[in-house]
Design a protein around this ligand. Structure first.
Ligand SMILES: CC(=O)N[C@H]1[C@@H](OP(=O)(O)OP(=O)(O)OC[C@H]2O[C@@H](n3ccc(=O)[nH]c3=O)[C@H](O)[C@@H]2O)O[C@H](CO)[C@@H](O)[C@@H]1O
Ligand SMILES: C=C(OP(=O)(O)O)C(=O)O
Length: 427
């Protein structure tokens, strides 16, 4: 068990490279199960969740070879078991992503309920809807058992645009007989990434980036060499960090198109950046003033499926808003328990009213002071790191496993930007 000791109040300055997108890396590892051939995945972030996914891949009979700093070669010639080990499954939400590939490859998948962040009810109904429509039978008895003699393409209308359910449905449909149409599909950049990876393996997926995906099933998929895209959640977190510490951070290897919904939301907080090619720079001079809606009305930052504002950045926006002059409503529509962490920010001096589990009104700027904090989930944990780095005095952040499952090499990278942060054992 590790914790962070942070001394706040110093501007962060310098250049970092964006890591690979966690939420693309995880389904891409699961997708490697769909072929007997060698799959090379590049730009995988070196984070806890990625290592757990690789452990599951290996437990199923796969070979995993680290061939470069963030590059791995995966191969599973024979699936040796079709049940996900309980201890690994409960560590991460993304373990559910093995359902579609295991079903398609071996006709059976047994999964204990997945773990993951406690940020509200995390329904799996959409996964079941999609996989049963493709012909799977699901038995629920403490664990989920999916079986199918044959998967057959269908015209599927998802009850919500679930990210991982879309990915599971696509991974099952690529080897199904006939054509599958998925309407109300999620279209996040990570969903696009796994679809592009599958096409590079010989799958036939069209409509990538839209909410209707059409998949013509193929007999077999080949290996590939695929580089996953940058993590816009990490990039958004570093933008917030630069702004609240009055620093200037340059982030290389970004994807400008991913930043469009994020730019709109930061713009409401008077925060802007420049992009040249794939390099983004947050300049020191920022307004840090709320841009009211027409008529001087209080603006809101609310999340939605892509291309809406990503829910995984609402915690970050909440802490950033505490340093901005004016009032803003943060409305986390998608997860009902994500906003509870604001009591920790209030304890540090932030002026926030938690209206209900989904909505918080933030009035700034507030002087934050150091505190003793426990990270409840990956994004709230990062929000606490940001709060601690702009607070006066020292903070302790415990349970940093929760942060490090989503942010690569965080303390080293923050130190390179001038942060006073130490990672120490809490035993
Ligand atoms: C491993 C992975 O990729 N995890 C991401 C994935 O989780 P995950 O795939 O679990 O999230 P889902 O997209 O299924 O749903 C997220 C939440 O939003 C709600 N919902 C979803 C779609 C919709 O149209 N309406 C709606 O209200 C769901 O009920 C749920 O409460 O997507 C989430 C939403 O971007 C992200 O927070 C997670 O980081
Ligand atoms: C909620 C998140 O991840 P997961 O779905 O893996 O729990 C996240 O990345 O913010």
């Amino acid at each position: 068990m590790y914790q962070y000791l942070i001394e706040g109040g110093f501007p962060l300055k310098g250049t970092i490279k964006a890591s690979g997108n966690k939420n693309a890396a995880l389904p891409c590892i699961a997708a490697a199960l769909l072929t007997e051939e060698r799959v090379i995945l590049r730009n995988l972030p070196d984070i806890e969740d990625m290592h757990v996914m690789l452990e599951i891949f290996a437990a199923l009979g796969g070979e995993v070879e680290n061939i470069g700093a963030n590059d791995y070669a995966l191969r599973i010639q024979k699936v040796e078991r079709n049940d996900i080990p309980l201890d690994l499954s409960k560590k991460i939400r993304a373990s559910i992503l093995f359902a579609g590939p295991l079903l398609a490859r071996s006709g059976k998948a047994v999964l204990p309920p997945p773990g993951g962040d406690v940020i509200g009810r995390r329904r799996l109904d959409t996964h079941f809807l999609a996989l049963t429509e493709l012909g799977a039978r699901v038995d629920i008895d403490g664990q989920f058992t999916f079986t199918a003699n044959k998967l057959i393409g269908q015209d599927i209308f998802l009850d919500e645009a679930s990210v991982t359910a879309t990915e599971n449905a696509v991974m099952a449909a690529v080897l199904a007989e006939g054509t599958t149409i998925i309407t109300n599909a999620a279209s996040e950049p990570h969903v696009q990434d796994v679809c592009k990876m599958l096409n590079s393996m010989g799958a036939k997926i069209s409509g990538i980036g839209s909410n209707i995906l059409t998949i013509s099933g193929v007999q077999a998929l080949s290996g590939t060499d695929y580089k996953i895209g940058p993590d816009f959640m990490e990039i958004g977190s570093f933008i917030g960090l630069a702004a609240v510490t009055h620093g200037s951070i340059t982030i290389t290897d970004i994807e400008p198109a991913d930043m469009r919904p994020i730019r709109l939301a930061f713009g409401k907080l008077g925060i802007r950046w420049n992009i040249e090619g794939t390099t983004l720079t947050v300049p020191t001079q920022q307004d840090l003033q709320i841009n009211s809606d027409l008529g001087g009305m209080i603006p809101k930052i609310d999340d939605a499926p892509w291309p809406g504002f990503p829910p995984d950045l609402t915690s970050i926006m909440t802490v950033v808003a505490t340093q901005v002059e004016g009032t803003v409503l943060i409305h986390e529509k998608m997860f009902e328990s994500r906003m509870f962490f604001v009591d920790k920010l209030i304890g540090m001096g932030a002026r926030i009213t938690l209206c209900d589990p989904h909505r918080a009104v933030v009035s700034g700027p507030s002087v934050l002071h150091g505190s003793d904090l426990v990270s409840p989930d990956v994004r709230a944990g990062m929000a606490m790191v940001i709060a601690a780095l702009c607070a006066r005095g020292e903070s302790v952040i415990r349970n940093v496993y929760q942060i490090e499952r989503g942010y690569e090499n965080l303390t080293t990278r923050l130190k390179s930007l001038g942060a006073k942060i130490e990672r120490i054992s809490s035993c």
